[in-house]
Design a protein around this ligand. Structure first.
Ligand SMILES: Nc1ncnc2c1ncn2[C@@H]1O[C@H](COP(=O)(O)OP(=O)(O)OP(=O)(O)O)[C@@H](O)[C@H]1O
Ligand SMILES: [Mg+2]
Length: 249
């Protein structure tokens, strides 16, 4: 299957303090790759690097085979258009209603798009995440699960090749979280989307993961098929999963 993202010998840090070291992995089309690891190990930092927000200290990121140039506006704009992001905090704008929030990326990237086309795009995405009836509501009037679904709709609005989700089901009840997992699976299976998902939820990982990437203190501990990870006899991975399993009881 086609490589959408390839990461080669990637080191990332903040003010020269290394956070990620020597990462190599690929993200294949139409797969869900989950990123796992303890709090503070660098999961969000990986996503920020993949979307062009943090230039690496060294190493390269390739997007559809082309090297990302972190210092070229054109290269970064290309990334912003082709990668959708669901941020850890949902990041909806409070003074805009749901329709306006979801239409925002369209307005930023296509200056003079006909109103009817914009409406068609927004309502298609709202209907895919089950929020058609709520388009006039403001973020403060939505539940946590609805906000996450709205953020997912916004991440999909420009028809991205890949969606990156940072803990999409954190803070949700198990039933709503399962609904969001199903939504992500539907995006992959019915719309052929590719997703990279940071998550701590064992149930979610089990349900959605094709590939898994496990970080330990900024280094790659495992990258490969999730099925293989589940079969490994590895103390670090065992403690990670056991701890999660206990948290979910
Ligand atoms: N803007 C920043 N400036 C300096 N250091 C940062 C910044 N953002 C993150 N870090 C540091 O980088 C490390 C990795 O942070 P990151 O947010 O990637 O962790 P994470 O794995 O996403 O954690 P969590 O599961 O809690 O969301 C942490 O040590 C953090 O303190
Ligand atoms: Mg994080």
């Amino acid at each position: 299957m086609e490589d959408i993202i390839e990461v080669s010998q990637l080191d990332v840090g903040y003010k020269d303090e290394a956070v990620l070291a020597g990462l190599n992995f690929t993200v294949k089309a139409k797969e869900i790759t989950v990123i796992l690891g303890k709090s503070g190990c660098g999961k969000t930092t990986i996503l920020k690097t993949l979307i062009g927000l943090i230039p690496p200290l060294s190493g390269d990121v390739f997007f559809f085979g082309g090297k990302v140039d972190y210092y070229s506006e054109k290269s970064l704009n290309d990334l912003y258009r082709k990668i959708g992001v669901l941020y850890q905090s949902s990041a909806l704008l409070n003074s805009f209603n749901l329709y306006e929030n979801i239409a925002l990326p369209i307005k930023m990237h296509y200056k003079n798009l006909a109103r009817e086309i914009e409406r068609e795009m927004v309502y298609t995405r709202l209907s895919q995440v089950g929020l058609l009836e709520s388009s006039h509501k403001y973020p403060a009037e939505l539940s946590g699960g609805m906000r996450k679904r709205a953020a997912l709709a916004r991440s999909m609005i420009l028809d991205p090749d890949i969606i990156l989700c940072d803990e999409p089901s954190a803070g949700l009840d198990p039933i709503t979280a399962a609904g969001l997992d199903q939504l992500m699976l539907d995006l992959k299976e019915h719309l052929g989307m590719t997703l990279v998902v940071v998550t701590h939820e064992l149930r979610s990982i089990d349900k959605i993961a094709d590939k898994a990437l496990v970080l330990d203190s900024g280094r790659l501990h495992f990258f490969g098929q999730y099925r293989e990870l589940a079969r490994l006899n590895d103390p670090f991975i065992d403690t990670f999963f056991l701890k999660n399993a206990k948290n979910e009881k």
